[in-house]
Design a protein around this ligand. Sequence first.
Ligand SMILES: [Zn+2]
Length: 151
Amino acid sequence: MNDENEAVSVLLWLVLFLLVAWIVSIHKRMKEREAREREEQERKEIEERRHVSKSLRAFVMERDDATCQICGISRKMLDDCMDGLGDYLLLEIDHVTSVAAGGRGDDAENLQVLCWRCNRKKSGDKTNSEVAAEIDYGAKYLQKKKKKWWW
Ligand SMILES: [Zn+2]
């Protein structure tokens, strides 16, 4: 009788242990899934905020006169130096306030034209004037040259 009781008791403890282990593993998996879903949601939201529509791109390009808003380089400026040189200039639409910092891609006020080079320099949350203070490349030279030509 005693032996039987002991066996039942051991069995009950074992069942209890397995039950607890099972519940803990389910809980852990639920937490992992929640974290994954939250990450996915955040990624989607950032992607949505980053997106700039084609028409808005065209609008910003025209508003900024297809000119880099930091160094002032433009296709026309290069074409003036040598016919066809402007085709080598890669202009991009930049988020003034980065998407990570809450900037949106559907707000024209938050968009500007930058040349490829200035855009690479504007990593992080640098402002235009911070980047402008750093640059020491062609466009500055061209602007000086242009001024000399006018005066
Ligand atoms: Zn530039």
